[in-house]
Design a protein around this ligand. Structure first.
Ligand SMILES: [Zn+2]
Length: 73
């Protein structure tokens, strides 16, 4: 069973862009999968942190390491 998490960047708590929910499932996402090569991006071999909205399933993607994830109650 996936854990619910809250997430923040600095002092800004992240809420879902679609439904404004504040709990997510976390999933690491590889950015070098087929299709991303089309963009020819320098960070194409990195992984990103995906936050999947617990309520509606919208996937938010973050790179760069600034994201902090906290277990929700
Ligand atoms: Zn949502």
């Amino acid at each position: 069973m996936a854990k619910r998490v809250h997430a923040a960047i600095g002092d800004n708590w992240i809420s879902c862009l679609v439904c404004d929910g504040d709990t997510f499932r976390r999933r690491e996402v590889k950015l070098n999968s087929t299709g991303m090569e089309l963009f020819n991006l320098a960070w194409a071999n990195e992984s990103a942190t995906g936050l999947i909205c617990w309520s509606c399933g919208y996937v938010h993607l973050f790179t760069g390491g600034a994201l902090r994830v906290y277990r929700a109650r």
